[in-house]
Design a protein around this ligand. Structure first.
Ligand SMILES: [Zn+2]
Ligand SMILES: [Zn+2]
Length: 183
């Protein structure tokens, strides 16, 4: 069993309320299918919008999805799937609200997801530095701009990776923390 499959199997999806209103069990199937996608290179046409996240809130499965995305990065998944998991992780750490039901139970989903993702800090730096693709390096860097408490380290990596990072990351346009004058 691979790392990402282990992490999917470990989560209690059935007891989680999905954003679509049903049980989150179908997310386990979706994630498993992606993680096992072999070496296919075409872009993946599956979104967890309205299931794990929306532009307004994160839903109950979001922390579990965050852990699975990190396990996928640590695993040997195909490049298209890596990029998909990085984009997914980006949505998880950029979430700004918690769905009503989870909030009533005292959960702060954005905080939980960011805390989990921070444990994968060096995985994200590895993703930036290994430059597997423009999309993967850029997505990993943008996740770091949300998470990294050590802004000096982030800035150092921004300089080192300048040759292959997307323009927005290189110039800091996508980094809300950077004063406009420094851009
Ligand atoms: Zn759903
Ligand atoms: Zn960027």
């Amino acid at each position: 069993m691979r790392l990402v499959e282990m992490e999917i199997a470990r989560q209690d999806w059935k007891s989680m309320l999905c954003g679509c209103g049903g049980s989150a069990e179908h997310l386990a199937r979706d994630l498993l299918q992606l993680a096992g996608g072999g070496s296919r290179q075409e872009p993946i046409d599956l979104s967890l919008e309205e299931h794990a996240w929306s532009p307004v809130v994160l839903w109950e499965p979001a922390p579990a999805v965050t852990s699975v995305a990190l396990a996928a990065l640590a695993d040997d998944v195909a490049l298209a799937a890596r990029e998909w998991f990085l984009d997914l992780l980006h949505f998880m750490v950029a979430g700004e609200g918690t769905d009503e039901e989870s909030a009533r139970r005292g959960l702060d989903l954005p905080e939980l997801c960011q805390g989990l993702a921070l444990q994968g800090l060096w995985l994200l730096y590895e993703e930036v530095m290994s430059n597997r693709s423009l999309g993967a390096a850029g997505a990993a860097f943008e996740i770091l701009t949300v998470l990294e408490p050590d802004r000096a380290r982030l800035q150092r990596v921004r300089e080192i990776a300048a040759d292959w990072l997307p323009v927005c990351c290189r110039t800091g346009l996508c980094d809300d923390d950077l004063p406009v004058l420094d851009r």
